[in-house]
Ligand binder design. Sequence first.
Ligand SMILES: NC(=O)c1ccc[n+]([C@@H]2O[C@H](COP(=O)([O-])OP(=O)(O)OC[C@H]3O[C@@H](n4cnc5c(N)ncnc54)[C@H](OP(=O)(O)O)[C@@H]3O)[C@@H](O)[C@H]2O)c1
Length: 309
Amino acid sequence: MLTNATLRSNGPFPPGQQDPAGSSLFTMLRAVAWAHRSLSHSSSGFSARMQSSGAAGSGVLAERVAVLTGSTVGIGFAIARRLAKDGAHVVISSRKQQNVDRAVATLQEEGLSVTGTVCHVGKAEDRERLVAKALEHSGGVDFLVCNAGVNPLVGSTLGASEQVWDKILNVNVKAPALLLSQLLPHMEKRGNPADTFFCLSPSQTLVILFQELGAYNVSKTALLGLTRTLALELAPKNIRVNCLVPGVIKTDFSKVVRTGCPQPDMQIFFLSRIGQPEDCAGLVSFLCSADASYITGENIVVAGCSSRL
Ligand SMILES: NC(=O)c1ccc[n+]([C@@H]2O[C@H](COP(=O)([O-])OP(=O)(O)OC[C@H]3O[C@@H](n4cnc5c(N)ncnc54)[C@H](OP(=O)(O)O)[C@@H]3O)[C@@H](O)[C@H]2O)c1
């Protein structure tokens, strides 16, 4: 939520300058222009929009701290790189030490401010370790990106065992909420208007087209509800909650839908290509920035198309 305090400190107008008439429209157009610039596609996976300052300590997210789960490869890694390039200190994590070490080393070699630790999001002690690691940098946290997700079953919803349901719901739904509750006191004390929490949920294209992912789809649909509920709950604390909703993005995780399920007609994707992890990263950086100070409770689709008006 945008308060007087946030307008003073981080609003779209310079200190002392009055917000002109029609400011909400002006702010919206700025945000739309920003998003348009960030999201305009090129045919290559890497384009000019993916370039950021690249320098640790400068950029739109300078002096901010971002914690990411499931961020050693794929979409999470692309988001980690982008937030760090935009100036944030980024804390990377995943279940396997060697993956954390490799991801941290790669980004540090690029001159980015990154640390990391092992965190299986379903384990309370791992989440505590992640919180402690995040606080090492400057004693607080600004952004939490809950990217880790699992899908142990390709099959019908009613064919899922109780064990499968428990695993999917623990990792995909409970863990983001529990981790946020552990980090919340440290986000609150930063008092920044752009403090923000994200989770990732597959887009409706995935839900509609790939019926073999039943229990997973149910869990990810629950994240849409979690986003709305937490956005309402945390608005008085100036913490925004949004959900990135990717379509089919080329990662190891999506191999099962790219190769194992009946393939959809590619024409359903207006842009006739599979998404790349980097296609998701600019949006997250924008949503973390002060330009997105008035955006919360949204499920934003990055899928090459969307059935929404
Ligand atoms: N790719 C798509 O098409 C697509 C579409 C919609 C939504 N999504 C969602 O986007 C997220 C990322 O997917 P991705 O495609 O980028 O996957 P990915 O390339 O397979 O990467 C998954 C990452 O999460 C980590 N991880 C897995 N289980 C974990 C756990 N229990 N706790 C902590 N970290 C864990 C993995 O590292 P370790 O093995 O070291 O743990 C890895 O860093 C998932 O939530 C997925 O549901 C993906």
